[in-house]
Design a protein around this ligand. Structure first.
Ligand code: PCA
Length: 213
């Protein structure tokens, strides 16, 4: 299989983005599946025009986008993306949409088409913290997840797709001790496990993963 994995560039005045640092360290191949790695700009709409070009070029079986969620603990496997851009800060092109639809007259939301529970469980077997998240936020990460799932749907492409948020890594929190962080090596091992599960399981497992938040 061909797995197209993307991560974002640094945004919000930060020097780096943990998702890109992790993606750079992923192997080129996982259990015989080819990993194509690409960076996307943290910019509404332009991020997806770039991703669309990568999809056209590589014709992936799986499209997995990664992003950083400062303040979260553990790896978050996203369940759902909603049809709204509502930015708390400007993106890297200075745009700050408020309550705008991503796709006019599009559906309200899309669910990940990856086996999210199997991915989370596979990460947990390594003793690495991961869980299901029921919101990818309303910034560029939600935008890319919604866009990649909508594109597969309207173009009738048969790739499966989803999104993973990762927390900050150690060097990002030296002057912000209140923020949780993970070791980059654990993030990379966790992502490898998630991709393994995504390539293996087409039907998700039934496992408890519900939460109040
Ligand atoms: N995180 C942001 C956008 C880019 C990134 O890595 C988000 O969660 O929307």
């Amino acid at each position: 299989m061909v797995v197209l994995v993307t991560a974002f560039d640094a945004f919000g005045g930060e020097a780096l983005n943990a998702s890109w640092e992790a993606l750079k360290q992923l192997p080129e191949e996982i259990q015989g599946n080819i990993i194509v790695k690409r960076q996307l700009p943290t910019v509404f709409h332009r991020s997806f025009s770039e991703l669309k070009a990568h999809i056209e070029e590589h014709k992936p079986d799986i499209v997995l986008s990664l992003g950083q969620a400062a303040g979260r603990r553990g790896i978050s496997i996203e369940r759902v993306a909603i049809n709204v851009d509502d930015a708390r800060i400007p993106d890297n092109d200075g745009q700050q949409p408020i309550d705008e639809t991503i796709v006019d007259n599009g559906p309200s939301a899309y669910f990940s088409t990856l086996p999210i529970k199997a991915m989370s469980a596979e990460i947990n077997t390594l003793g690495i913290e991961a869980s299901i998240s029921n919101t990818a936020g309303t910034f560029v990460c939600n935008h890319i997840m919604f866009s990649l799932l909508h594109y597969a749907c309207v173009q009738e492409l048969d790739y499966r797709g989803g999104f993973i948020h990762i927390p900050c890594i150690k060097e990002q929190v030296v002057d912000k001790p209140q923020l949780p962080y993970m070791d980059l090596t654990d993030v990379v091992k966790g992502l490898e496990a998630a991709i393994r599960a995504a390539c293996t399981a087409t039907i998700d497992i039934k496992a408890v993963g519900g939460r109040l938040d």
